[in-house]
Design a protein around this ligand. Structure first.
Ligand code: MN
Length: 199
C-alpha cells in the first residue's frame, strides 16, 4: 500500500529505477539519501528511511548548512529502500525523466521525545544527519498552508544551530556524486549510466 503511488507513476520495463518492493530494513541506524535530480526542473530529493520505505521530499534549492535559510520541501510519494543506490538516467517519456546523482548519503537519528513516525504525523520531525556533505541537526516542519491551490504537501527543511552550521553554504557548490565522484554533467553524458548495484 505504501508504495502504491510510486508503482502507479512508473513503468518498470522502461525505467532503470528499482521496483516497488517493501523491504525489511537492515539492522543498524536508518539511512538517508539526497539525490540531485535534473528533471524538468533541477531539484534535490531528500529521503529518510522509515518504516521500510523512504519518506521523500523534493527540495528545489537543495538542503543547506545555513541556519538562516528555510528551504521549501514538497513531500512526494514514498520510495523503496533500494532507491538509496539509484544513480543514472531516467529515460525520456518516463515519470521524472532526467539525470539522478547520489549527492549525499549516510545515517540519521531522530531527536525529541516522539517516535519518528508520530513526529512526522504531527508535522514536526527533528533529526540528526551523519552524511558526507550534510551533518548535524535539522528539522522538517509541515506548513499549514491554506492558500488556494496548495496540496498540503509543503514542508520546510531547516538547519538547526550547532557546530556544523556554515552560513552561505550552497548545495550547488558540491556538484559531485558520493558514489561515483562524477558531476551531474558527467553522469548525463555517460551512456552506461544505470542502476548502481546494492551492496
Ligand atoms: Mn526528483
Amino acid at each position: 500500500m505504501a508504495l502504491e503511488e510510486y508503482r502507479r507513476k512508473r513503468k518498470f520495463s522502461a525505467t532503470p529505477e528499482p521496483p516497488a518492493e517493501i523491504e525489511k530494513p537492515p539492522k543498524g541506524a536508518p539511512r538517508f539519501v539526497v539525490q540531485k535530480h535534473h528533471a524538468t526542473q533541477l531539484h534535490y530529493d531528500f529521503r529518510l528511511e522509515m518504516g521500510g520505505v523512504l519518506k521523500s521530499w523534493a527540495i528545489p534549492k537543495g538542503p543547506t548548512l545555513d541556519p538562516n535559510e528555510k528551504r521549501l520541501a514538497m513531500m512526494v510519494e514514498d520510495h523503496p529502500l533500494d532507491y538509496i543506490h539509484f544513480e543514472g538516467i531516467i529515460p525520456a517519456g518516463n515519470y521524472g525523466a532526467g539525470t539522478v546523482m547520489v549527492w549525499d548519503t549516510g545515517t540519521w537519528e531522530p531527536l525529541g521525545d516522539r517516535p519518528p513516525a508520530e513526529a512526522l504525523e504531527k508535522g514536526d520531525l527533528k533529526f540528526m544527519l551523519h552524511g558526507e556533505k550534510l551533518n548535524g541537526e535539522f528539522a522538517l516542519v509541515h506548513m499549514k498552508s491554506r492558500r488556494p491551490g496548495s496540496k498540503g504537501n509543503e514542508w520546510l527543511l531547516l538547519k538547526k544551530k550547532d557546530a556544523h552550521v556554515q552560513p552561505g553554504w550552497d548545495a550547488a557548490d558540491f556538484d559531485w556524486s558520493v558514489l561515483s565522484r562524477r558531476s551531474l554533467a558527467q553522469i548525463a553524458a555517460d551512456d552506461a549510466s544505470t542502476t548502481w548495484e546494492s551492496d
